[in-house]
Design a binder for this molecule. Structure first.
Ligand SMILES: Cc1cc2nc3c(=O)[nH]c(=O)nc-3n(C[C@H](O)[C@H](O)[C@H](O)COP(=O)(O)OP(=O)(O)OC[C@H]3O[C@@H](n4cnc5c(N)ncnc54)[C@H](O)[C@@H]3O)c2cc1C
Length: 416
């Protein structure tokens, strides 16, 4: 066992970035006396965002993608306090929270992002977001209530009740569109026979002139074909102007009536107060250097969605779990190396691939230069994400959920 001077490492957030940093640091703490690792987060759980669409569409139970933080760190030398982070006092090197102050020697800011409504009128009030577990459950309950309303009163079908508008044709919007089409195809003929299935419209509304910006073009074309097959309408170059309770107005003034407008059009960094103000980019992300360090503040680091981190190919890294996880592993090793007096190395992100589920046993995958489509890609998608899901119990539960879905109908109760 090595000894270092008592060093307090405070980690803000229990998402991908925060949890991974703490897990890796905990390994060093086993061999090093004096390291105090403390997570502060408003949620006492970690949840797996890539399966939020599965929760909405009833493929996976909500609980099965959630792991309690205390369970993750059971038997490890990591403290946890559930609290709201209010302010960072950079001069005094302390965090002000809803339950008091916490001093730090090293600070890791991993507070993530929130949905960006770009200041457009009515978006926050009249659309559904998909960023948190609550968002997923709210959306699921709403979709089920729409089906119940359509079944109870066939006259109401005229007012856009069966039109589902998804704003944002990025990965989340596309996975959701495909997942919803599958869900409707499965449950409507059996449970809602009065609803005319062909009247259901799923429309992806995208401001740019292409879907999946940033994805390889062959992959984009394949996805577009798949969306056509699944009768998902795609409106390109159609920026949304505002949302009303009954639908959305596009910038060109046209109105799309819809009882369900889902906003997956963007995210922004979570705002965090600091004294003095932290350096931020135009999208509110904390600017960090190649060592994930906030310039000008010794021992203060930011990672994941909240950080504006330079990428190897000019520009900035994307807000993705794989970025947050790689940064977190690197940062834990970096802090450990610093405590050991070793020379620091720069952080480099390595993209191993992109995975996108397109519903009913179909996906696209680009992994280590290999492209896969269809069933094999879908199998790869499931296996890869199951592997990444935290906790053996959760892996088993999700596997059981998926297996049950092969033999039993989906649960369409508007409960949970
Ligand atoms: C629907 C959906 C699907 C996605 N699918 C993928 C995918 O397939 N692949 C991929 O790479 N990425 C995916 N992502 C993106 C990925 O989830 C994020 O990039 C990742 O969560 C970022 O990790 P993070 O640690 O920065 O933030 P988060 O994981 O969001 O964690 C932030 C943490 O901070 C805590 N917190 C926030 N504010 C406070 C406060 N004031 N006080 C205390 N605690 C606070 C929160 O409780 C949370 O624990 C998806 C995102 C969504 C929404």
């Amino acid at each position: 066992m090595k000894n270092v001077e008592e060093t307090k490492i405070v980690i803000l957030g229990s998402g991908f970035g925060g949890i991974t940093t703490a897990l890796k640091l905990a390994r060093f703490a086993r061999r090093t006396d004096g390291l105090k690792i403390h997570i502060l987060s408003k949620d006492n759980f970690f949840f797996f965002t890539p399966f939020l669409v599965e929760v909405v569409t009833g493929m996976v139970e909500t609980r099965h993608i959630v792991v309690p933080v205390r369970q993750l760190f059971y038997g490890r030398r990591v403290d946890f306090t559930q609290c709201e982070v209010k302010r960072i006092n950079l001069k005094e090197r302390a965090i002000c929270t809803s339950v008091g102050g916490f001093p730090y020697d090293f600070l890791v800011i991993a507070l993530g992002s929130v949905t960006n409504d770009y200041g457009l009128d009515g978006i926050a009030q009249n659309t559904f977001f998909l960023r948190s577990l609550e968002d997923a459950l709210r959306l699921r309950r709403h979709i089920i209530s729409v089906l119940e309303r359509a079944d109870a009163n066939p006259d109401s079908l005229k007012s856009g009740l069966l039109t589902f508008l998804i704003c944002g044709a990025g990965p989340t919007g596309i996975e959701l569109a495909c997942g919803m089409r599958d869900m409707f195809g499965e449950v409507i003929p059996i449970f809602y026979p009065k609803i005319p299935f062909e009247k259901i419209r799923i429309v992806l509304v995208e401001a740019m002139d292409q879907i999946l910006p940033g994805f390889p073009s062959a992959l984009r074309h394949h996805v577009r074909r798949r969306l056509d097959e699944k009768r998902v309408e795609v409106l390109l170059s159609s920026p949304v102007g505002r949302a009303d309770p009954g639908g959305v107005f596009l910038d060109d003034g046209s109105f799309y009536p819809s009882a369900t407008v889902i906003w997956t059009a963007g995210i922004k960094a979570r705002e965090i107060l600091a004294e003095p103000e932290l350096p931020k980019d135009h999208r509110g992300r904390i600017k960090v250097n190649d060592y994930l360090r906030v310039e000008g503040y010794e021992g203060v680091y930011a990672l994941g969605d909240i950080a504006a981190c330079p990428s190897n190919q000019n520009g900035l890294l994307l807000a993705e779990a794989q970025v947050a996880v790689q940064q977190a592993r690197w940062l834990a090793a970096h802090i450990h190396a610093r405590l050991e007096g070793l020379a620091p190395k720069k952080f480099r992100f390595h993209r191993y691939g992109r995975l996108l589920s397109l519903g009913s046993r179909h996906a696209v995958v680009s992994f280590l230069g290999v492209r896969l489509y269809g069933f094999i890609a879908w199998w790869f998608w499931r296996t890869a994400y199951l592997f990444k899901l935290r906790g053996f119990k959760n892996k088993l539960r999700v596997m059981i959920d998926w297996t049950m879905a092969l033999f039993f109908q989906r649960d369409m109760s508007g409960f949970g």
